[in-house]
Ligand binder design. Structure first.
Ligand code: PEP
Length: 310
């Protein structure tokens, strides 16, 4: 994709955003019907409540129809390169995008999001106190974050985060009003031993124990097979769909609002495999590592998530 194509997105975005919000305006039509006719004081409050619920539900449906693409910059960045990267990225119509940047760059990124959302890559399970080096969910929320990744396999493998810690971090995120992106996934050895859903069930179960089905329903789940992260070997679209379908069933069986939840795929998503992965019915977007460091690749992946018609 050329730089020119990226500029085209920015030109198209406002018009398209309007048409997206027009589609979401179906809620307003509903509300218009609900309010049509004479005002009846007895039922006025009940109608107002129905209108609020209708608006909430339509908004939820509109946002759920869109894929979510989240960039995970990992331990990368510098003021100058961030400036260039963020300057060439922007939100596209029909897709939600977010970037999870290292803590020191949250302040820089928040003012250069171009319609994307902000996230962090980990969070403390603690709210405040004598925990040197930790960053709380409340601090992230104050910085403007909407998302925080918890349980990334690199944190599990390199920093000793176990399933229960991931659950406590998800709970901390929800407490502060953030959306935890709960990463789960098997190693190659576990896949070869036929333990994919056993491992994922254990990882999700520990989170469920801490935040309950309601908390899970407010979270995003990212299926990230460890063997696919940073290796250039992504899961095939059918392979990903099979696991995503299992995860959605697991979530439903454990009381979460599985149909409305987003389940992202992560692991070597690139511009050339994004469309086939995102074409799967249970793949609701992607968690993007390496490719999120290139504006061209990240925007191409966002474009694939949006349906590709620009
Ligand atoms: C990740 O770090 O979450 C990830 C998916 O990395 P990559 O896209 O580089 O495989």
């Amino acid at each position: 994709m050329s730089e020119g194509a990226i500029l085209t997105y920015e030109k198209v975005a406002p018009k398209e955003r309007h048409s997206v919000s027009s589609a979401c305006g179906a809620g307003d039509v509903f509300i218009g019907f609900a309010l049509n006719g004479k005002r009846d004081d007895k039922s006025w409050r009940a109608r107002s409540v129905s209108c609020i619920i209708a608006r909430f539900l339509v908004g939820l449906i509109c946002s759920m129809a869109q894929k979510l693409v989240v960039g995970n910059w990992k331990l990368n960045g510098a003021f100058a390169t961030n400036e260039a990267l963020l300057g060439a990225c922007c939100a596209l119509p029909r897709v939600d995008a977010a970037v999870c940047v290292p803590f020191p760059y949250l302040a820089q990124a928040v003012s250069r999001l171009n319609g994307m959302a902000l996230g962090a890559q980990t969070v403390s399970e603690f709210q405040s106190g004598a925990y040197t080096g930790e960053v709380s969910a409340e601090m992230l929320a104050e910085m403007g974050c909407r998302y925080v990744i918890v349980g990334h396999s690199e944190r599990r493998a390199l920093f000793g985060e176990d399933d229960a810690t991931v659950g406590r971090k998800a709970a901390a995120a929800l407490r502060a009003g953030l959306v935890p992106i709960v990463c789960v996934g098997e190693t190659l050895a576990e896949r070869e031993a036929g333990q994919v859903m056993e491992v994922i069930g254990r990882q999700l179960g520990a989170v469920l124990d801490l935040i309950g089905a309601q908390g899970l329903s407010r979270s995003v789940v990212a299926y990230e097979p460890v063997w696919a992260i940073g290796t250039g070997r992504a899961a095939g679209a059918d392979e990903a769909q099979e696991v995503h379908g299992h995860i959605r069933r697991w979530l439903a069986e454990h009381g979460a609002s599985a149909a409305e939840m987003r389940i992202l795929y992560g692991g070597s998503v690139k511009a050339d495999n994004a469309a086939s992965l995102f074409g799967m019915p249970d793949v609701d977007g992607g968690l993007i590592g390496g490719a999120s460091l290139s504006a061209r690749d990240f925007m191409a992946i966002c474009q694939a998530a949006a349906g590709g018609n620009f």
